[in-house]
Write a protein that binds this ligand. Structure first.
Ligand code: SF4
Ligand code: SF4
Length: 304
């Protein structure tokens, strides 16, 4: 009996990335994340389902989308919006809009289809020490898909990198570990109560999974979203450094300064954006965070 090829909902396959692992990489974004971080820059990847977003700025109010929808999911008002509960993501409305005001977030792809696409840039990977990164969303929610994709990459000599929030079943990490060259492992907040408040989830399983990967000798680059008022306190940074040092292995951390690039996507999906009021950190504030890590003895780099 032929085994079925794994599928996942993919929102984007982004080539020529230099921010998500070494060298030039192609980043595959998967949909669905167990965390709800206040500052998330990719809200289109939170829900595991395909979704339709609505760009108010481009809409001319012609009503063609509402007329095409059989589910009553285009709601008129002072501006049209998509009712995410009743929408089946059939895509009829997207096809009817002349003005590109509707966008479909996500499409089901097999691991083989994704592999065929990412391998096209192998020359760039070879020349730069790059490869393929899975991101999201949370790729460990689709471990079989990642395993198949990475196994194919490995057979083809393409390096593999998985970005994870760490909130994943242990079995998922065990599955992908043998085919993953590098984990980009997010750490956000050390205080358990604050972590739950800002992300909606406990941090205990995340820290346990970090310990597990370290014990297994995995290559890990920790990453911290540096968010003013949420993750950037000196106390949080010192506790984070202490945790990283406790793992041994000389792991480094990369700071990911907060930005507001995700704001239009919150509006498109009619989602509240709790980080609306935040302003990006200054160079001096970022340098202070970096220096605190260095002072604690943890190698620290700042993402560009
Ligand atoms: S079809 Fe496009 S332009 Fe017309 S109302 Fe719908 S979203 Fe707006
Ligand atoms: S994707 Fe389909 S169900 Fe959803 S709003 Fe558009 S036409 Fe309606």
């Amino acid at each position: 009996m032929a085994t079925e090829i794994e599928k996942a909902i993919v929102t984007n396959i982004q080539g020529y990335s230099i921010h998500d692992g070494p060298g030039i990489r192609t980043v595959v974004f998967l949909k669905g994340c167990p965390l709800r971080c206040v500052w998330c820059a990719n809200p289109e990847n939170l829900d595991a389902r395909v979704q339709i977003g609505f760009n108010r700025r481009l809409c001319k109010g012609c009503g063609r989308c509402a007329a095409a929808c059989r589910y009553g999911a285009i709601v008129p008002g002072d501006a049209y919006r998509v009712d995410q509960v009743n929408c089946t993501a059939c895509g009829e409305c997207v096809a009817r809009c002349f003005y590109d005001a509707l966008v479909r977030y996500g499409a089901e792809r097999t691991s083989e289809e994704v592999f065929e696409e990412v391998r096209k840039d192998k020359l760039f990977y070879d020349a730069s020490g790059g490869g393929v990164t899975v991101s999201g969303g949370e790729p460990m929610a689709r471990p079989e898909f990642v395993f198949e994709l990475f196994s194919r990459c490995r057979e083809d000599g393409i390096s593999t990198c998985a970005e994870t929030c760490g909130y994943a079943p242990r079995a998922a990490l065990e599955r992908v570990l043998p085919v993953t060259d590098l984990f980009l492992f997010d750490l956000k907040v050390m205080d358990p109560e604050l972590h739950k408040k800002h992300t909606g989830c406990d941090n205990a399983p995340i820290l346990d999974n970090a310990r597990f990967l370290a014990e297994k000798g995995a290559s890990i680059l920790f990453r911290q979203p540096l968010v003013p008022g949420y993750t950037d306190s000196e106390e949080n940074i010192r506790r984070m450094a202490e945790f990283i040092l406790s793992l041994g292995g000389g792991y480094a951390i990369e700071l990911m300064p907060f930005h507001r690039a995700g704001a239009p996507k919150y509006a498109a999906l009619n989602l509240p954006y709790e980080a609306e009021h935040l302003t990006p950190l200054t160079e001096a504030q970022i340098a202070r965070a970096r220096d605190t890590y260095l002072d604690c003895g943890v190698r620290c780099i700042v993402s560009k």
